[in-house]
Write a protein that binds this ligand. Sequence first.
Ligand SMILES: [Zn+2]
Length: 468
Amino acid sequence: MASISFWGGVGTVTGSKYLIQTDRARVLVDCGMFQGLKELRERNWQEPPFNPRAIDAVLITHAHIDHTGYLPRLVRQGFHGPVYCSRGTADLLKILLPDAGRLQEEDADYRNRHNVTKHAPALPLYTEKDADASLELIKSTTNIGERFQVAPGITASFRVSGHILGSSLVLVEIEGAGADRTGRHVSFSGDLGHYDQPIIQDPTPPPLCDYLLVESTYGDRLHDPEDPKIALARIINDAAKRNAPVLIPAFAVGRTQEILYLIRELEDENLIPVLPVIVDSPMAAAATTAYANRKEEHDEEYVSILRSQRHPLRTRSMVTASSKAESKRLNDAKGARIIISASGMMTGGRVLHHALRLVPDPETTIVFVGYQAAGTTGRRIQNGEPEVKILGQWIPVRCRIEKIGGFSAHADWQEILRWLEGLKENPPKRTFLTHGEPEAAEAMAGHIREKFGWTAEVPTYGEKFELL
Ligand SMILES: [Zn+2]
C-alpha cells in the first residue's frame, strides 16, 4: 500500500511538498517555502503536518525557494536523511539556501531593532548555519534518467524539465504498491520549462507513469506573443540614441543569464550597439558561473556558440560588480549603459541603490522582465505610481517604464498540453494539477479533460490519495 499527500503547491504556486508513504518508507518530494499571502506564510511557522525525523529522504525537482526553502527548517527540526537532486540544482542550492538563511536572520534582526514583532524577540525561520547544515545532506546525480535507490522499496530518476538550470522531472517507482503487488510509478513535472528558452534544453517527454502531478502556473494564460529579444533591441536602441541608461531589475538565477544571452546575441547580430553591461548582484555573478560550468545541461545553440570560441553569457563590454565599493563606483557612471541587478521585484538587493538614483531621472528606462507581485516596489513603479519609497526615502518616479511580457521560465497551458501528448497512448490513471492559483489549476484540469479525456483533478491542502 502506498499513498501521496499534498502539503503545499496546491491552491498556490508556493510551498511545494508532496509526501509519499508506504509501509516501509516516507519520501518527501520538494520541500518548498510558502510565500506571498500572510495565511500561507504562517504555515512556514506551524508544526509540520508530518514528523521530519520520520522522513527517509527528500527528492528535489529544482532549486527555486518555493520548492526548497523549507529544507533548512526541516533539518532544524530533526530531518537528517539524504536530499537527492540533479547536479545543476546542487550548484544553485549552494548559492540560494545560505542566502535565504541570511535574509531570515536580517529580517528577524530588523523586527527586533524596530520593535515590529508580536514575538519578542523575533526569531528567524532558520539561519545561514541551518542552511549550511542542509547542504551537507545533498547527494547530487544526473538528470538523464538513471535510476537510484531512495529508501527501502523506492527508487527514483531525474529527467530535464527545462525550467532553470538543473530543473528535473522526477519519476518515483514504488515496489509492490499496487493491489496486485506490482509496482507503481508516480511522475512529478516539477516546474515545466517554456519550449525554445535560451541556454537550457527543452523539457524531456514525460516518462510513462500510473500517477502524474503536473504544474499549472499558466493553466489559464498564454505567453505574450512579442519576441522578448525584439522588444529588448527596441528599448536598448532607443536608450543608446539618447545616450541614456537602462535599468533591468532581474532575478539573479535564470532571468539574468537569459538577458545576458540575448544581449550578447543582439550584439553578435549587430542589432544593437555595444554598450557597457553592468551585472551588479553577487548572487547573479555566482549563478552565471554555475550556468556556464554545468555543460551537460546546455542546449545545442549554446554549445555551438561555445565551439566558435565565444562565451554565450558574456557581452562585449561587461562588468560584474562583486564588492560593495565597486557597486558604488559603478553607480557614478554616466551615459548609455545597461545595468542588470537583483532583486527582480525590487524588494531588496543592490538594484535599490541604482533605483534611488535612476528612477527620478526622466532619461532612464526601467525595464521589467519578470512578474511583479502585488505590494512590491517593482509593481508600484510598473503601475505608474507617482512616488515610491526606496531605502526609506520617498522619490518621484520620472523614468520611462517598459515591460517585456514574453520572458517566462514556465510552459503556458498550450505547451503543457504539447508536453502531455507524450502520454496520449498510455495515459496515467490519475492526473493531479499542482503549483497553480485555484483558477489556473482548474482551467488546466479542464484543458486536459477536453483534449485527452483523462481524469484530471485539483487536490486540496492536506488531501491524501491511495496509489492503488
Ligand atoms: Zn521554479
